[in-house]
Design a protein around this ligand. Structure first.
Ligand code: ZN
Length: 145
């Protein structure tokens, strides 16, 4: 079995801001990283969505299944990381959302989550050598190597 991937990282710049109403949550976070050239880091956000799309990775079928979530909903928590995939900043985030009852559902953040209001913090990390995602035979996922 191959050893785990490990890097030492130094804190870099910190970005804080508001996400535009109507925008795609994952697309907006990815575009901020691209514009500011954040290649590695962590991301957090809270807010509300008019539409949410979450995924659950079926480990046997090796594919994401979409989870049905209430819309509109609150973003209870978005946590994620930023690294490189195909040479470009790639945001991998998980999201916990709640509808009117407050019951929380969570999963992998998919494209198609539309922002009602959102506030984010992105913390850049300086990582060397770079963390790049590549297809992992054992899981079927694009993991760090
Ligand atoms: Zn995930």
């Amino acid at each position: 079995m191959k050893a785990v991937v490990i890097r030492q990282a130094r804190p870099g710049r910190v970005f804080i801001g508001r996400l535009a109403k109507g925008g795609d949550l994952l697309g907006l976070l990815t575009s901020i990283c691209g514009r500011e050239n954040v290649t590695h880091g962590e991301v957090r956000a809270i807010g509300a969505l008019t539409q949410a799309r979450l995924g659950y990775y079926n480990q046997v079928a090796r594919e994401y299944k979409e989870i049905t979530v209430p819309s509109p909903c609150e973003i209870v928590s978005l946590v994620g990381n930023i690294s490189l995939k195909d040479g470009r900043p790639f945001v991998h985030a998980h999201l916990a959302v709640a509808g009117a009852t407050g019951r929380v559902l969570g999963g992998h953040l998919l494209e198609g989550c539309l922002v009602f209001a959102g506030e984010y913090v992105i913390r850049e990390l300086e990582v060397s050598p770079l963390l790049e995602r590549a297809y992992d035979e054992a899981t079927g996922l694009a993991l760090w190597r």
